[in-house]
Design a protein around this ligand. Structure first.
Ligand SMILES: Nc1ncnc2c1ncn2[C@@H]1O[C@H](COP(=O)(O)OP(=O)(O)OP(=O)(O)O)[C@@H](O)[C@H]1O
Ligand SMILES: [Mg+2]
Length: 306
């Protein structure tokens, strides 16, 4: 399988702060990696090093098989990046921002006009193309940020919190575009997000904490490892639930128990058929994975009640 990103033993410190601490991982062509971590974990620092805007202290980074230090022109052309903070020129129009960006990749004249038509359609830019960037709403600006990032049709798209602060509808639109790019252009995606539900599509998840990888695997692997299964038992009285000798919580129409994994849940149900007459079992959520892996505990207030 072709590797699009190879990170080997990469570190970066700012004074005493080890922002990225000996990190290694690969991303394969066509994959989507979700790179997660609490604020300050080192996500954006990792991205800046991949893009070459920040020099690492040690280790090596390869993009599409080439070392970013030895062949930076090649690797920069392969990458499209949406930075956490928009890098558009606020005083220029949407059209001029894209035109300027395209010119840096040698896309000018008719070639640019053709490219703009495609992007205009994909990102719904018709209404806003002559507006100055400083007058755009957050969601509109994000669409232009992504259009800018993919102007040269890169192989590898890096998105640093692309949907933070956007309303659910705009988030959905942005996700439709990302899915389209993956499906139709075979784009490989590196995503950071604080919205755990956005990681369901990921092939691979890496969770970092204080610059170190603390968990990695598919969404399912991580759920199995870090989140408990939840069994909701309905139409049952409390005396019967107590017989299971497990912590439980009252919910609408019944009780909820958490259990380490699905195998243990199956054993419990088989051994207590008289109690489990009406029940459902679900896997924990990515929120639980994140909170458990990063060592935080779920507050009761966030617990759903059914
Ligand atoms: N240019 C810099 N100078 C000094 N310290 C920095 C610099 N850039 C990042 N840091 C520090 O490095 C650590 C990692 O920061 P980084 O921006 O990579 O975190 P992040 O995971 O992207 O967080 P967030 O979710 O808040 O965006 C933080 O402690 C931050 O203060
Ligand atoms: Mg960041």
């Amino acid at each position: 399988m072709e590797k699009i990103l190879e990170i080997t033993n990469v570190s970066k410190s700012f004074g005493k702060v080890k922002a990225v601490d000996n990190i290694s991982f690969n991303v394969t062509k066509g994959e989507m990696l979700a790179y997660l971590g609490v604020n300050g974990a080192g996500k954006s620092t990792t991205i800046s090093m991949i893009c070459g805007t920040l020099k690492g202290d040690s280790g090596s980074i390869k993009v599409c098989g080439e070392d970013i230090k030895k062949n930076s022109n090649y690797t920069k052309n392969k990458i499209g990046v949406v930075f956490q903070n928009s890098v558009l020129d606020q005083t220029l129009t949407v059209y001029d921002n894209l035109k300027y960006r395209a010119s840096l990749y040698g896309i000018t004249g008719n070639k640019f006009r053709e490219r703009f038509v495609t992007l205009e359609k994909m990102f719904d830019l018709k209404e806003i193309k002559n507006q100055k960037v400083k007058t755009l709403s957050g969601g509109q600006r994000r669409r232009v940020d992504i259009a800018r990032a993919i102007i040269h049709n890169p192989e590898f798209l890096i998105l640093d919190e692309p949907t933070t602060g956007l309303d659910p509808n705009t988030r959905k639109n942005i996700w439709n575009i990302i899915r389209y790019l993956r499906k139709n252009n075979g784009m490989t995606v590196f995503l950071t997000t604080h919205y755990m539900e956005e990681t369901t599509d990921a092939d691979f998840i890496i969770i970092i904490d204080k610059g170190k990888i603390i968990a990695k695997g598919s969404p399912l692997d991580l759920k199995n490892k870090y989140a408990k299964d939840i069994i909701r038992i309905y139409h049952i009285n409390e005396e019967d639930v107590k017989k299971l000798k497990l912590p439980y919580r009252k919910i609408n129409d019944g009780y909820k128990i958490e259990i380490e994994n699905t195998t243990l849940a199956t054993d419990l149900i088989v051994e207590n058929k008289e109690i489990f007459k009406d029940y459902e079992i679900t896997k924990g959520k990515m929120d639980d994975v994140f909170l458990n892996a990063t060592g935080n505990r779920i507050e009761d207030v966030y617990e759903e009640n059914n």
